[in-house]
Structure formats: C-alpha cells, structure tokens
Ligand binder design. Structure first.
Ligand code: UD1
Ligand code: MG
Length: 456
C-alpha cells in the first residue's frame, strides 16, 4: 500500500530583492503565481495533506494558497529563524501525520512532476531522507552536498559555513527534501543555530538522520529546473524557460508555431491539433483554441483579466487576425473570421459570422453567417451600465454603423452603411439611419468658376 504523503511549502520569505509591494511568491510566470506553479506540481504527487507556511501579515499569500486547492492548509511562521524553523511552524500537522513528508520552496516554480516522483521512489528504495541536488554552474551561495564513497549524502554544508575545499563542490542543494523518518518533528527540534547565520538550517537534518542510522540519498535534476527566483531578472529568466518548454509541448501536440519564440502562452492555454499561430501572438489566461484554427500575426487574446474571468474559446476552423484583440467572454464560433483591428469582448459569434476589419464587438450575440462591416461599433456602454446587441443569423451590417445597445437586429436584416441604429430592426428589413444624400448637379463647377473670378 502506498505510504501517505504530506507536503510543506515554505513561502515565508518577503523577497525584498523584488522591490515590490507584492510578496515575492505571488509574482507571476505565464499568468500564474510562483506559489501557484509549485502547488500545481505538488498536486501531481497527490499528497494527503498539504501545508503552506507563510510569514506574519501575509494573508494574501495564504489566500492564494487556499485558492489553489480546497485541502490546502496554511500556517504562520512568526519569526524567520531559518528553514528548519519554517517547517516546524507546521509541527502540529506534522505530528498528526503518519507517512512521508516532502518540503519544497515556493520560489522554485520550474520543478517538474517527474522529479518529485523520483524523490518518492528514493524513499521507497530505503532512504530516510532524499535531497534534490543539481550541478551548479556557479555554486556560490548554495548549500553543498557532501557525499561519501558509496554516493550516500553525508552532510549539507551551507556556503557561509563551508571550507575552501567544500566550496569547490558543485553538487548543490536545490531545496526540496523528502523524509521517511519515524518522528520528523523530534528530529527537527534537535537542530541548533550554531552556524554562520545563526539560523535553524533544515539541511542539518541530514547529519542528524545519519547519526540515527538512516541513509540519505541525492536525486539529481537540471539546474534550470530548480532556478530560485529572488529578483525581477531571475523572474524573466524563469518566464523564458517556462515559455520555451510549453511552446515545445504545443508543437509536439500538433500545432504549428511559425516563430515559436514570439508566441506567449499562459499556464492554462489549451491548443488543439493543426492550429497555426503566426508570429507575435500573446495568449493570456483562460483561452481554449480548438483544432484547425489559424491565429494570424500580432493578436492579443485573453480569457481572464483582473475583473472578468469569463474565459474565451476559438472554435474549429476559425481565422483570427492579423492584429485582432479577443477579450474575456469572446466565443468565436466555427469558421468565424475576425480580421484586422477587430476587438471582441463578451460576444458569442456563431458559425461562419465575419467581422473582417476595424470593429468593436462588445456584449451580445452575432448570429450564424452574419456580416459585420468595417467600422461597426457596438455602443455597449451608456456611462453607467453595459447593454447587449443581438444580431440575427445572416444579417448584414453596413460599414461604419453604430449599434446603440440595447438593440436587436433580426435575422437577415440589412443595415445601411453609416447608420446609427437605436431601435430594434425586424427580420429581413432594411434600416437606414443617416442624413439622406443631397446631390446638386453642376454645383462644383459653378463654385470653382466663382472662386476664380474673385480671388482672395
Ligand atoms: C537554502 C538552503 C540551501 C540551498 C538553497 C537553494 C537551507 C539552510 N539552505 O538556502 O542549502 O542550496 O536554499 O536555493 O535550507 N524560508 C522561510 N522561513 C525562514 C527561512 C526561509 O519560510 O525562516 C523560506 C524562504 O521563503 C525560501 C526558502 O525557505 O522560500 C529558502 O530560504 P532562503 O533563505 O532563500 O535559503 P537559502 O539561503 O537560499
Ligand atoms: Mg534562497
């Protein structure tokens, strides 16, 4: 039977080097907080119990943790006295848990699920502690993993406490540790602060566990995977790595990215097969792109923003762009065409509808096969509230029309170009709402002649 697992994610740091009003672990990569990424990864190993340790007054971090899963508990570390002290903030939960414990840092958002699985396998294989390690290009600042002849881990030496010889070791502690020891709380309480920083180091658990007869083993992963974020420049590096990984996955799943390095995806982007995405496309959170869709160059597509989480779907065979903007609640139906400089928000566009040039389509519905002419505006806002515009199937909206919502255009109706439509139009009718044209034969020739006779 599988041994139950409890995870403890340490998120108590303030992250002062970010120079931000937002706590470090809430900074986003691909539209999701670092903490959200770590908790997502933790979810893949199906822990029975999950705790996130936050600093005092960090209620927004705790709220983000709870939003990531209904079974996620939070506890507060009153003073930041080191990583062992942080784990002990969860002592009550730990004491009640029978099984394995895995400790992770919330500022390491690129961890892979497979790596966590390998950590657990190491415990299954008999290790009392499994430590995640990596070969650092520059090990300065990291805890060094000091291994014995048999490859088992003897101790972790923090940089500040290491001898010159120990500092030459490039195998470093990534920060993820998994434990299968009878009483972890008792073990952690033995850790002292006799070190260069005067902190309680979680890493000292290694020596103590060995002294108690446990073996400690190292699981090695790539340096890229355990990049810890302490600054905005590291945040941008992590974003780039994340994007590179996800673009590769999208292409392997059957989409064509013409210039992959210019397409920006979000943590939850769903892209079908035989989708083509041209250069310079930004896809924000909450977007689903179905099979055989083409997204032409320079589009901005966002399904969730700060205030609207309606989501967004581009259905089979639709063509979007170039230079289109799709916002939350846009439902772009099968084979719909959205052309250049068209913005769509909170509108269902039914199958085959077209808006090929220069339009604002906000709030309402566009029926199947309807054609929205260049320059059409849905006047959805009266300064207080938003209202809907309904356009029936097969309707034709002439160019440069303003549709003042709430308003309904019936199936198959025609709207004359340049109209300002304020009243409902029945099916199959023509509505023209503009000043009638006046034509004066010969007027221009007479005017020119007059001006030539009496120059100014
Ligand atoms: C830690 C490790 C080091 C490892 C490195 C990897 C220890 C003693 N050292 O060093 O071996 O190579 O990470 O990046 O564990 N935290 C709390 N409360 C505290 C202290 C820290 O919650 O009192 C959290 C921080 O928010 C952070 C994590 O624990 O997420 C690591 O703390 P940090 O101070 O960054 O440790 P490092 O010096 O980087
Ligand atoms: Mg650190």
């Amino acid at each position: 039977m599988a041994v139950p697992l409890m995870t403890v994610v340490l998120a108590a740091g303030k992250g002062t080097r970010m120079r931000s009003d937002t706590p470090k672990v809430l900074h986003r990569i691909a539209g999701r907080s670092m903490l959200g990424h770590v908790l997502d990864r933790v979810g893949t190993v199906a822990p029975e119990r999950q705790v996130v340790v936050v600093g005092p007054g960090m209620e927004i971090v705790a709220a983000e943790a709870r939003a990531a899963g209904s079974n996620i508990e939070t506890c507060v570390q009153a003073d930041q006295r080191g990583t062992a002290d942080a784990v002990l903030a969860a002592a009550t939960a730990l004491a009640a848990h029978r099984g394995d414990v895995m400790v992770l840092f919330a500022d390491t958002p690129l961890l892979r699920a497979e790596t966590l699985v390998r950590m657990r396998e190491m415990l299954e294989g008999g290790a009392g502690i499994a430590v995640l390690g990596f070969e650092a290009a520059d090990p300065t600042g990291y805890g060094r993993l000091l291994t014995g002849a048999d490859g088992a881990l003897v101790a972790i030496r923090e940089h500040a406490d290491a001898s010159d010889e120990e500092r030459r070791v490039r195998l470093c502690n990534a920060g993820v540790m998994a434990f299968r020891v009878p009483d972890l709380v008792a073990l952690l309480r033995k850790i002292g602060d006799g070190n260069a920083k005067g902190e309680l180091y979680l890493t000292d658990a290694v020596g103590l566990a060995r002294a108690a007869g446990h073996t400690v083993r190292v699981v090695v992963c790539s340096e890229e995977e355990v990049l810890g974020i302490n600054s905005r420049d590291q945040l941008a590096v992590a974003e780039a790595i994340w994007q590179r990984r996800r673009r590769l996955k999208v292409m392997r799943d059957g989409a064509t990215l013409v210039a992959p390095e210019t397409v920006w995806l979000s943590y939850d982007t769903v892209i079908g097969r035989d989708v083509t995405i041209e250069p310079n496309v930004v896809i924000g959170p909450g977007v689903v792109i179905e099979d055989r869709v083409t997204i032409r160059a320079n589009c901005h597509i966002v399904g969730h923003d700060g205030k609207n989480r309606a989501g967004l779907r581009v259905r089979e065979g639709a063509i979007v762009g170039p230079f289109a903007r799709l916002r939350p609640g846009a439902d772009i139906g099968p084979d719909v065409h959205i052309g250049n400089f068209v913005e769509v928000k909170n509108v269902v566009m039914e199958a085959g509808a077209k808006a090929n040039h220069l339009a604002y389509i906000g709030d309402g519905r566009v029926g199947a096969g309807a054609n929205i002419g260049a320059g059409t505006i849905f006047c959805n806002y009266d300064g207080f509230e938003k209202h809907d515009t309904e356009i029936g199937a097969g309707a034709f909206i002439g160019s440069n029309s303003a549709l003042v919502a709430p308003v309904k255009i019936g199936d198959g109706a025609y709207i004359g170009s340049g109209s300002v439509i304020t009243k409902n139009v029945p099916a199959d009718a023509l509505a023209v709402a503009r000043a009638p044209q006046e034509t004066r034969e010969g007027w221009a020739a007479k005017y020119r002649a007059r001006r030539r006779r009496t120059p100014r």
